[in-house]
Design a protein around this ligand. Structure first.
Ligand SMILES: [Zn+2]
Ligand SMILES: [Zn+2]
Length: 303
């Protein structure tokens, strides 16, 4: 039943996508009616909470789950954006890693914590072939982008997803970071943003097939991605780069990308990710202000 529902929805969606420009409103209305119709005719469960869907937000998530994908509003490291366990928002903090100058990127921000429904959404996008989620989740990157847009000097910086190795991309069929970057771009176009990045997925390539980073500690992660990327000097020389990925943990992958981009002449590398994993807020959706484990060098009291 679920397969049929997706088949019918995909067929009609691809037909509607071909409708030329003068009908955007009609297209939106038809899409909404189609989602509503499919939800009633072919009831399915929300992949995040398991509740039966009566109304969806276009990608098959129930309304309550979509609204629960909250951005992080607590204290963060001013440089790498890692959420910090401090009740004081607005102070300028630097985490231990940034004070030790461990990252090659200039600044980074994430939409929210890698926990709860946002974590589940990121996992579903990556491992359950939910490509249609990419654009919608990518639109959420507008929040972290707004925090850093002021530090980008170019009016049309390059927008680049963290690449997958071709063998991994063939196996998965898509690159989730690529889908997120396209979602952000679409949202910026929709909002008629003054600074519209230029999508340039070819400026960075992954040249080494590496083991997945999950489960590795920081040093092993750094070693795993060392010399793993190659950048096109012709494309990136003197440019500001907005690098997009789904999840940032220690920052080893995006830092390795930034290092490669800067060696190729990039002026600045800004990182945007959907979710940020940190031991300060392990999965369990701990809101800011509640007691959290302090980890090495990250206590706001010391910053
Ligand atoms: Zn739900
Ligand atoms: Zn930091």
């Amino acid at each position: 039943m679920r397969r049929w529902r997706h088949y019918v929805a995909n067929e009609i969606h691809s037909y509607l996508s071909a409708v030329p420009n003068p009908l955007p409103l009609l297209r939106t209305l038809l899409r909404r009616s189609l989602d509503g119709f499919c939800a009633v005719a072919f009831p399915a469960a929300c992949p995040l909470c398991g509740e039966e869907l009566s109304f969806t937000r276009g990608i098959g998530i129930c309304n309550a789950c979509w609204l629960s994908l909250n951005p992080w509003r607590g204290a963060i490291c001013d440089s790498c954006g890692i959420p910090l366990a401090s009740e004081i928002v607005g102070e300028i903090y630097l985490c231990g890693a940034c004070r030790r100058n461990e990252h090659y990127f200039d600044r980074a921000r994430s939409y929210g914590l890698y926990s709860g429904h946002l974590r589940e959404a990121a996992l579903q996008l990556k491992f359950h072939g939910r490509e249609r989620w990419g654009g919608k989740l990518g639109a959420l990157l507008i929040h972290p982008w707004r925090q850093l847009a002021g530090s980008v000097k170019e009016s049309a910086p390059l927008l680049a997803p963290v690449p997958l190795h071709p063998s991994r991309q063939r196996e998965r069929g898509f690159n989730q970071a690529d889908l997120l970057a396209r979602g952000l771009l679409l949202e910026l176009r929709k909002l008629k943003s003054a600074a519209l990045p230029h999508f340039e997925p070819r400026c960075l390539r992954r040249v080494k097939a590496t083991a997945p980073q999950s489960g590795l500690h920081h040093r092993a992660r750094l070693e795993n991605v060392r010399h793993g990327f190659s950048a096109s000097a012709e494309r990136v020389r003197g440019r500001d780069i907005i690098l997009v990925d789904d999840v940032m943990t220690t920052g080893a992958t995006v830092s390795a990308c930034a290092r490669t981009l800067k060696q190729a002449g990039a002026a600045q590398v800004i990182v945007l990710t959907l979710a940020r994993a940190t031991p300060q807020f392990p999965d369990g959706a701990m809101p800011p202000g509640e007691p959290a484990h302090r980890v090495d060098g990250m206590s706001p009291a010391q910053t």
